[in-house]
Structures are given as C-alpha cells and as structure tokens.
Write a protein that binds this ligand. Structure first.
Ligand code: ADP
Length: 724
C-alpha cells in the first residue's frame, strides 16, 4: 500500500514521501485495512522497529485535521522526550505538540492548546485526578507499550487510566501498541479493538545461542574467531570487525561496568585514529559533567569505544552514551535491561550475556521470554544493517538445548493484570470516588468491572479486595461510607481529595498524617525519615556493613524519630533501619556533601541520588500540603525541606540556587566569595564574577537576574563578545 493512496491530506503525504517513506510496511497496511484512518480502535502487537510510531502518527494527523486532539501515553519520561522530539518535526503542518512530565499535582491546563500531548501513564492519571479540562477534548489516545499492563509496579495505573479514559471519552479512538505477547487477542477484545498481530520486521532477525566455537542459529552455524578467553568479548570483536555495533545485556550494574572495562581493552585495538580522537572528546565531556568515580571509569571506557548504561548514571552521561552510540562512535554498550524496554537504540548484534536475574525471594531466576524477545528485538538497524543477530551464551550442551527451546523457539508469555491486590488498588479506589467515577459501592464494582483484570478473571475476588480498600480508606478518614443507603454510598473527605490530587498512595498519606500528629521535636531528620517510611519511597537496601553505622546513628539521634520500633521485632527494626539509611542519604544531599562521597557512603550511583531526591521532594511537598490541611505547625519546615531537596543545598543558598544556571556547587562558591543574596549579586562587578565562575557563566548569571551585562562591563574590562 502506497502512502499516496491513503486518505490523508496531500501535504502530509508529501512530508512522508520526502522523508523516504513511500510504501507502508505490511503491518501498517493491515492497520489501515482495519480502519486505522476511520477512527476504529486498534491493537498493534508487532516487533520493535516495525513502524508502530508511524502508524500512530497517521491516525493522529488524520484526527487532528478533522479538529481532534491526541494523547500519546508512554511508560518512561525518557521515551516521552523521544516522542516529543519526533512529533515536533510535524510543526510545519501547524501541529502543536506538548509534553507533560512535571509535578503530579498540577493541572497543566496550558497544555490544552496543543494538538498532540505526550505524557507518562502516571502523569495522565494525575491529570485526570486533578480534573484537567482538556482531557475531555481528546479524540485519539495512543497507548505505547501497552503490554506493561503486566508490570507489577506500572501496570495497575496504566490499566485504571485506560479504563477512566474509555469512560470519559467513549467515542475516542484507542490505538494500543504492544510487543508480541501470547494473549494479544484478549487485550484487543478488552479494548474493543481489532488486532494486527505480526512478526514482520524491516530487518531480518537471526536468533541464536553461542556454544563451543560458534553461534548456532536454527539450521546454521557461524564460527567466531577466538581472540580472548571471554566468549562475549569474542562476539563483540567479531561484530566490530564486520562494521557493526553491539548491545550487551547484563544482569547487574556491577557486571555492566565490569564487562565494559575488560572488553574495552580489546575493542580499542580495532578502532582507527579518527574515531579515537572523537571518542576522546566525548570522554572529556563525561569527565567535565560528573563529580564521581563512575564518571572517570565511564570516560576511560568511552575513550576505548565502549560504554555502560544503567539507572545509576546521571542523565547527562546517559545521553552522551546514547548519542555516541547513535553516531556509531561508541561501538559497544553494556547495559542492564532498562535499555531494552525503552529507547530506540538498535545494534547489529545483541548479546544476552546473562539470562538469569536476581530475585529477592527465589535467588537467580531465568528471565521471562517476553523480556528476552524485547532484548533480541533491538538487533538490526533498519536500512543500515543487512540483518540483526541476537545471541545467548551456553556453557554446556544441556544448557544450549534449553536456551534454544526456552527462548529462541519459544513464544512470549501471556500478560496478566496486576490490579488484584490491595496495594495496587487502594489509590485507584480512592481516585475513582474523588473523581466521581463512582459514588456508591455498586458503581465502584461496575467501574472496576470494566478493567482488564475483571475481563481476565472472576470479579468476585476483586470485589473482596475493593471492599478491603474502602474499609482502609474509611478508617483513615479519606472516604465516608454510608451504610444506611442501599447500595452503600461513598464520598470523599477533604483529606481524601487532597491525597488523591497529591498522587500519593493513601497508605503514604495515612503514615504522614499520623506522623505529623504525633511529632513533637521536629528537625530535618524527623521529616526526612517520615517521608522515607512511606510505601511511595524506594528504601535503600541494608548491606551487612551498614548495620553498625545506621544503628549507631539511630542510638545517637533517638529524639529525631517519631517512633522507633522495638529492636526485638527483628523484621520491623530492619525495615526501619533501611528507612533511616535512605533518610541519611537525603540528609547528606541537602547538606551539600559532594555526590562522589554520597555514592561511596551509600554504594549507589549518581542517578540513584537524583531519583531518590525526586521522590523525596514530591513526598515532602505532600507533607507540606497535608500539614497545611491539618493545621499543624510543621508545614513551613516541610516546605523549606522540599526546596532544599530539590536543589541539594543548605538554607542559606536558596536564593542563589534559584537562579537559572546556578547549581549547588556554583552557589556555594559565590556564597563563600561574599555574594550571599540576589541583591549582593546584582551589585557584583562583572570582572570579579568572571574570575570566580568564568566569563560565559558570569554573563549568563547576570542576564538571568535581569542585569544588563553591558552596563557592568567597564571599557577597561576585556570581554569576549560571544559571551554577551
Ligand atoms: P517502532 O515504533 O515500531 O519501534 P518506528 O515507528 O519508530 O518503529 O519505526 C522505526 C523506523 O522505521 C523509523 O525510522 C521510521 O521512520 C521507519 N519507518 C516506519 N515506517 C516505515 C515505512 N513504511 N517505510 C520506511 N520506513 C519506515
């Protein structure tokens, strides 16, 4: 099917043709045949790179030209930016694109002026909770990676969000995009969508298992030259010799770094001087944007053409690695599976170095087929590689046979809703009442009866869990249950409304409320620990070396904590120590301890510090608002901490860090030099500032606080005009 035959405006046809897209891929053509451009619901369960985004784009553009508005839901913030950048290329057609990833309790009404809005599922849920008006104007909803309904952490929110959107806009077109899963038909039926199910890929994928001296694909073998004692390294070197790039998936961050370090010493020998020169520049950029040891290790690897990638890296390093790989300068990335689920970073060969993953309950466990297929699917860059290859590694013949059977030849599992537990449902039961989707028990059961969970399983088990949730919410004064009515009527209290809008788990809300009521001597640690004790916070893991240190801290600061569990209740106490350890990290962060020291004290990556601070800031914000509602005195203290967590700095730096371009390190430098406030900074001599932070930054700072830099520069002060 040719693009020009489609029922879409002429200028859009030309746009695609000019970008080299003249004919639809077979699954795209099938989607059109199934009513994609006529507003029909559709589930496309097709492999990575088979043109899912384009398929969604066609439907969105058609709808927008007819006066519609599209919402594109993605699972990760990084993916939201990737899609946002892509859709912005549609600007010449007057298409306005917005991205919504910000604070969870804002309405983002301004976004309504856009034609396409990209948001994560959590953000979409929070916009619905906050009553954002443009939600009702949405005519096309795209749900990317809808198979994540299966995820324990993210699935329930995605599921309830889709259910709410279908209720709110029953005539809306839903386009769901999924990996190929076992029960795609069932998902499509739930969405009342037609199904496009295909294994078609633009680039052939050869899946195999390395054993002995060769990769064994089904039916043929490829011998790999032995240049190193490590087989994965041999596979990497082989790919690079053939002009390709590799993604290597590892089971842990430590293994990622380890493989990058050892393989880079071999990879470097295959690279020419030109590439090495460019890699050196990239490595310097990494070193200049990180204060940690990890930055040094990463820079050293990049210099030799290899990088590692995991959630412990800070975001600028992650971006450098991704861009370097896209430019074909970095030849190998060794990564945790996060990369497989998210970004568009294909490579000639994917090596799954370890197919087992650590599970806290069961030890090392084989990964699901779906996860393997997601990784394997990254192999082969469309239009660039002649084919893609994915390779598992076996040590023994029995393992080799198992890997062939259980992964290469296997189909992905069915996906299962994870909505059926109290922990998953509590927050959604509350928001369903707050937002008027249900005002009595019967309506609640009806609403939950239209979820994927109810579609897949018996609703009676769900009813029991929902009743438990209602009970919990009533007990904690978030919901009022009137049993004199039949059916039992349900309404929300002020507290319930606030908790729902703040987008925190009601159990977090209850813990914070309880803590605020009980707290007597409140200092920074009291509030930091309070937010770290909620289920919304990801507590740090206690290693054996931590016990003495954290326990000593608790003993010497016992007045700081609202309640300390009895030491003899071993499990409660251990959990408590994990919360305290997390609070200790945040305390170091807001006291301006250098990131490098924090990473060493707590055995985490720089990216983890930022992720923990992000969550803590959001929970501290909730604490501020809850304290205001309860009219307890700690709200201003919590508000101050919220800002300090945002910037990672002491109170005296708050004015300085609020200036764009001034981070905590620079602010401290300015402060120590006597520029203790905005007023002082406004009076600053350009030459003095310039000596302190460099001419470019000095000029930036001044212009950001509304000072005309030209007025500051005396005739005698030499200044590079580029910086003004
Ligand atoms: P997915 O979202 O399934 O991973 P994308 O939609 O991002 O895949 O498509 C992958 C690449 O293929 C993009 O570069 C896209 O421009 C290109 N592409 C998509 N459809 C076609 C087509 N019909 N013809 C040529 N290239 C296409």
């Amino acid at each position: 099917m040719l693009i020009k035959e489609l029922d879409i405006p002429e200028d859009i046809i030309r746009f695609y043709e000019d970008s080299g897209i003249k004919e639809l891929y077979p699954p795209q053509a099938e989607a059109v045949d199934n009513g994609l451009l006529e507003g029909k619901n559709l589930l496309a369960a097709i492999p990575t790179a088979s043109g899912k985004t384009l398929l969604a784009e066609l439907a969105m553009l058609k709808a927008i030209r007819n006066g519609g508005k599209a919402l594109y839901i993605v699972p990760l913030r990084a993916l939201a930016s990737e899609k946002f950048d892509r859709f912005r290329e549609l600007a010449p057609f007057g298409i306005k694109v917005g991205i919504s990833t910000g604070d969870f309790d804002s309405r983002d009404e301004w976004l309504g002026a856009n034609d396409i809005i990209v948001a994560t599922s959590e953000k979409t849920d929070s916009l619905l909770r906050n009553g954002t008006s443009w939600m009702e104007e949405i005519t096309t909803i795209v749900v990317d990676e809808v198979h994540l309904l299966d995820s324990k952490n993210r699935g329930p929110t995605l599921e309830v969000t889709i259910t709410k959107l279908m209720r709110l806009n029953p005539d809306c077109q839903i386009i769901a995009l999924s990996a190929t899963v076992g029960n795609a038909r069932e998902m499509a039926d739930w969405l009342e969508a037609s199904l496009v199910l295909s294994e078609w890929r633009p680039t052939d994928l050869h899946e195999g298992v390395f054993f002995g001296e060769a990769i064994n694909f089904l039916g043929k073998q490829k011998k790999i030259e032995r240049r190193d004692k490590d087989n994965a390294t041999n596979l990497v070197l082989d790919t690079i010799s053939e002009g390709g790039q590799c993604l290597v998936f590892e089971s842990s961050r430590r293994n990622c770094t380890g493989f990058a370090k050892t393989s880079s010493n071999k990879v470097v020998k295959l690279l020419d001087r030109e590439i090495l020169g460019k890699l050196a520049v990239m490595a310097e950029e990494v070193e200049s944007t990180g204060e940690t040891d990890t930055a040094k290790v990463l820079a050293n690897c990049i210099r030799k053409g290899v990088a590692f990638h995991h959630a412990g890296l800070n975001s600028s390093h992650r971006k450098i690695v991704e861009d370097g790989f896209r430019q074909n300068l970095i030849k190998v990335i060794s990564s945790t599976p996060t990369l497989a689920a998210g970004l568009n970073l294909p490579a000639r060969r994917v090596i799954v170095r370890n197919y087992r993953r650590f599970d806290a309950n069961f030890g090392m466990q084989p990964i699901p087929v779906l996860e393997y297929k997601q990784m394997a699917g990254r192999a082969g860059r469309p239009h660039l590689d002649p084919y893609g290859e994915s390779v598992l590694l076996a040590k023994e013949y029995a393992e080799f046979e198992q890997l062939l059977e259980n992964y290469v030849e296997a189909d992905a599992e069915d996906i299962w809703s994870k909505l059926g537990t109290e922990n998953a449902l509590r927050t959604h039961v509350l928001s369903t009442i707050v937002n008027g989707f249900a005002s009595d028990r019967k309506q609640m059961m009806e609403f939950m009866g239209s979820t994927f969970f109810a579609f897949q399983q018996d609703t009676w088990s769900l009813e029991e869990v929902i009743d438990d949730c209602i009970e919990y919410l009533a007990e904690h004064e978030m919901v009022v249950k009137d049993e004199s009515h039949d059916p039992i009527s349900l309404s929300s209290t002020q507290l319930g409304k606030l908790v729902s809008m703040l987008y925190i788990d009601p159990m977090s809300g209850a813990k914070i409320v309880d803590g605020l009521k009980k707290a007597v001597n409140v200092n920074d640690m009291t509030l930091l620990h309070l937010v770290c004790s909620t289920p919304d916070m990801r507590q740090l893991y206690m290693r054996s070396a931590d016990y003495a240190r954290v326990n000593d801290f608790v003993m010497s600061h016992s007045d700081d904590f609202i309640e300390i569990p009895n030491e003899f209740k071993a499990i409660d106490y251990e959990w408590f120590l994990g919360e305290v350890k997390t609070a200790m990290l945040l305390d170091e962060w807001i006291r301006e301890i250098p990131a490098d020291d924090i990473t060493q004290h707590f055995n985490v990556g720089e990216g983890d510090i930022h992720a923990l601070a992000d969550t803590a800031e959001w929970l501290m914000h909730a604490t501020t608002k809850l304290a205001e509602l309860l009219k307890v005195e700690h709200s201003s203290h919590a508000h101050g901490l919220e800002k300090r967590i945002h910037y990672g700095a002491s109170p005296e730096l708050m004015q300085l860090v609020s200036i764009r371009g001034v981070g905590r390190v620079r602010a401290r430098k300015l402060y120590e030099a006597g520029f203790v406030s905005l007023a002082e900074l406004k009076k600053a001599e350009y030459s003095v500032l310039s000596k302190l932070v460099g001419p470019k930054v000095a000029a930036n700072i001044l212009s950001n606080i509304g000072v005309r830099v030209k007025d500051k520069v005396g005739k005698s002060t030499p200044i590079n005009s580029n910086t003004l």
